[in-house]
Ligand binder design. Sequence first.
Ligand SMILES: [Zn+2]
Length: 468
Amino acid sequence: MRNAQDVVELVEALRPAYVALADQVFDTPEVAYTETLSCAAHLAQLRTEGARVSENLAGIPTAIMGEWGHGGPVIAILGEYDALPALGQEPGIAEPRPMGKAGHGCGHNLLGSAAMLAAVALRDWLAQSGLPGRVRYYGCPAEEGGAAKTFMVREGHFDDVDAAITWHPGDYTGLMAPETLANTRIDFTFHGTAAHAASNPELGRSALDAVELMNVGVNYMREHMPDDARVHYAYLDAGGEAPNVVQARATVRQLIRARDNKGLRDLVTRVRKIADGAALMTETRVEARIVSAVSNMLSSPALEHLMEAHLLALGAPVFDEADRAFAAAIRQSLTAEHSADTFWRVGLEVQPDLALADFVVPLAQTRKAGQGSTDVADVSWAVPTVQAWVATCALGTPFHSWQLTAQGKSPAAHKGMVHAAKVMALTGRDLFAQPDVLAKAKAEHAAACARTPYICPMPPEVSPAIPL
Ligand SMILES: [Zn+2]
């Protein structure tokens, strides 16, 4: 591309502002759908970069989009900035020092900032290339439990996008295998009849008994589910503290996961039958309310091939002795099994003394463990989507832990996020410069969706759980 500066240099030139943005978001940790300050910081940066900004996507105050360029294909880069409850931790310290608030225990301060960095570098490359095309940065809230992207897909915010690119911080570098599970959270509230538990128990119908019987039923179902399906539960309302009262109301949240959307629908039908059975047995009434839902990830072989070539060519982020020393100190708080688990998951031989991953895991490498779930998966059903993992923390660091928060502003984390921006921007550049690759990705996607049509797992009547 004549006169087109290399994307890697463009990313490096923008680095200071985006490291600062990641640190700023780290310092204002906000949980799902309350990311007011984090979103405002991203919005201000989009305005500084001259983006055409859209706010309040899907009716969510902390969902935003910035766009640059004209005509041509639309390439979306997806960012996040939500934190997790109770994971506040002083950064740069290799011992637990809780801060009594939310914290970036999943690295989303890095995730969002690197995504915008990639989008802006791609904007600069596109302008220099003279090619038609538009780059978008999507600021997506509430990845943790809120499934904002699923609502954004349902409301059509990706309808005119050609491909989507994202990443997630991790303890190694490689493509994210497109194997995440579909899931849904459903609150089952049982309504019974209160009564004095000693003087007239025969008049009472216990909602708490119904919840307990429902859990017994789900536990018996576990033996007869597909191996990779999961059901977890939490009591949201056990009906009160008084054992001498027959509880008139109780709520249990069931988190149901399955390999794909069809499997999820089947499992949800069975869980609903169990709830109905529990209500029948206890002469109570049950209401089911879907709280959130995400799909399984749809693979995009063309985009995975493209991104993996850049991951392999760039290699892992280059860390220095100070990075390795801090990572080694963090690992003092972990067991040998933690880092062994990472190697086991990606099918590589354990290197017990390696503190920071200096390797790239090929996609073809056998992965041995089930994955979690992500709302990126719903974007993958709307448009071809690809996601990288890039090392930002010590090998074996568990997600959603104080150890991950402690590394959220470290020099290694900054190196990893800038590295991720390069991988994403290079992948985006190829989609503008090589229309045949984009066409192939879209054709693969259309064929996959023809075989298995997308049914949004979020019913139309469900709206985002935005606190008032
Ligand atoms: Zn995450």
